[in-house]
Ligand binder design. Structure first.
Ligand code: TIU
Length: 222
């Protein structure tokens, strides 16, 4: 397929679907549903629901175009051997990583809370990437997967805008990928951080990426 045009800021972006991956960041019950990691940190998790529909639209468009689709999940081994003590100890959560909660142990692989929300469930054959950190490149095989696929452009959505989405875009940008955040398909517990987080990406001529939205992405692939 030849190059398509994506409406984006600060400038439109040409992209080739065969060299582009859609990465859906951490749309897990632990962040979006009551009783998980997000709520235990003191957040109103309902704020993240806004990203579900746009993520579903982006996924449908990418799947129809035959693009590489990657879902990430933040979480740790049950024995916590991959969880930095500083991460576990930080803040004053009502429950710490590894503590039992209504969706199982907080932020632990294999627990119900670690699952991706049912509306965005991965399809067979799609990559599900478990990551211990905020960035999707840190201590994962994402770089190898993208190299094998010949990807040069990453379309990124999910939660939260200023934490795992931002970290992944920054990591990807430094590795030479053209990174695009889909604004409506990202969300934060802090609406102001969402807004400013997107501004940061596209300021200074797109200092570390582009910002588009799920509708523009789907329209580009039509
Ligand atoms: N707390 C928060 O905003 N985010 C995270 O801890 N992880 C992700 O962003 N996935």
């Amino acid at each position: 397929m030849s190059e398509l045009q994506l409406v984006a800021e600060p400038a439109p972006l040409g992209f080739t679907p065969a060299r582009t991956a859609l990465i859906v960041i951490d749309m897990q019950r632990d962040f979006l549903e009551p009783g998980g990691f997000g709520e235990t940190l003191g957040n109103d998790v309902s704020l993240l629901q806004a990203a579900v529909g746009p993520c579903a639209r982006a996924l449908a468009a990418a799947r129809a175009a035959g693009m590489l689709v990657i879902h990430t999940r933040e979480g740790h081994r049950p024995d916590l051997s991959d969880a930095p003590p500083a991460k576990i100890a930080r803040g004053a959560p009502s429950k710490r990583i590894g503590d039992p909660g209504p969706m199982g142990r907080i932020l632990i692989r294999g627990e119900p809370g670690h699952d991706i929300v049912s509306a965005l469930a991965p399809l067979p054959g799609e990559v599900v990437l478990d990551k211990p950190g905020k960035g999707a490149f840190h201590q994962t095989d994402l770089a190898q997967i993208l190299a094998n696929a010949g990807s040069d452009t990453l379309i990124i959505c999910g939660v939260t805008t200023e934490v795992c989405v931002h970290t992944t875009i920054r990591e990807g940008n430094d590795r030479g990928y053209r990174c695009v955040a889909l604004a409506d398909a990202c969300a934060s517990y802090f609406p102001e951080f969402h807004r400013v987080g997107l501004e940061m990406i596209k300021a200074q001529g797109g200092i570390f990426g582009w910002v588009s939205d799920a509708t523009c992405f789907a329209d580009a692939l039509k």
